[in-house]
Design a protein around this ligand. Sequence first.
Ligand code: PAF
Length: 281
Amino acid sequence: MQITRTIAELRAALDQRGRPAFVPTMGNLHDGHLSLVRTARARGDISVASIFVNRLQFLPHEDFDSYPRTWKADCAKLEAAGCDVLFAPREQALYPEPQVFKVVPDPLIANILEGEFRPGFFTGVCTVVMKLFSCVFATTGGGVAVFGKKDYQQLAVIRRMVQQFALPIQIIGVDTARAHDGLALSSRNGYLSVQERQKAVELSNALQELACETCINQRPLAELEAAAIEALRDKGWMPDYLTVRMRENLLPPQEGMREVPLVAIGAARLGNTRLIDCLEF
Ligand code: PAF
């Protein structure tokens, strides 16, 4: 695996090597990331991963400084997964001056759910992803980019961005990798205490239950969602949202329209750790 630190090094490494398939990450890699890399290997001529903890997508009180940086382990995992090129720019290489031009996504999809609880988050994500796309694809004439479905809204926002800017990039969403008990793999799982780790699967269980109720229970969705939130709160969580949305645009389905492709999506805090998860149904 070739490690590149600057945009020029990355572009030189990709020169004449066909269509890249790209996996952007913030490091602290787990099996979920590695399944994205395996997908990338199957979908492009050359697989590229990036590791960059993007300051722009963290609010001042969030965990930018403490976000786990596990460089050696990450390199070993990427190497073992068969990644061809790693792009790991230092902050100065990606943001040599304050990034004053930003990509502001459509508020209809970006200011709901995560965007409501983490204002500006998707502007930070879109800005860095657009810049990373420019680093990887500007000289290759396009390619493929691979994202996990766990960050369901992020995937939807990026699909919209690529569509609206007519970027020559095919976006692929990969199913969430889960631990043996069903907990969605996440870099933030490492923040959980032993007791919290045992309880953590309750979020995905709550989403399964909500999806199930949506299919069989004719009560209004708002009531089913409120009951799901209450039940999780009773178990000691602090839920931000648990809701059923249309997969297509993440808006609530109209009552009587439960036959369309749906996703149950949720975010909740357990102790000091905020987890998100989702379930398509
Ligand atoms: O999902 C992530 O890890 C990040 O949001 C991403 C896409 C790498 C942008 O920083």
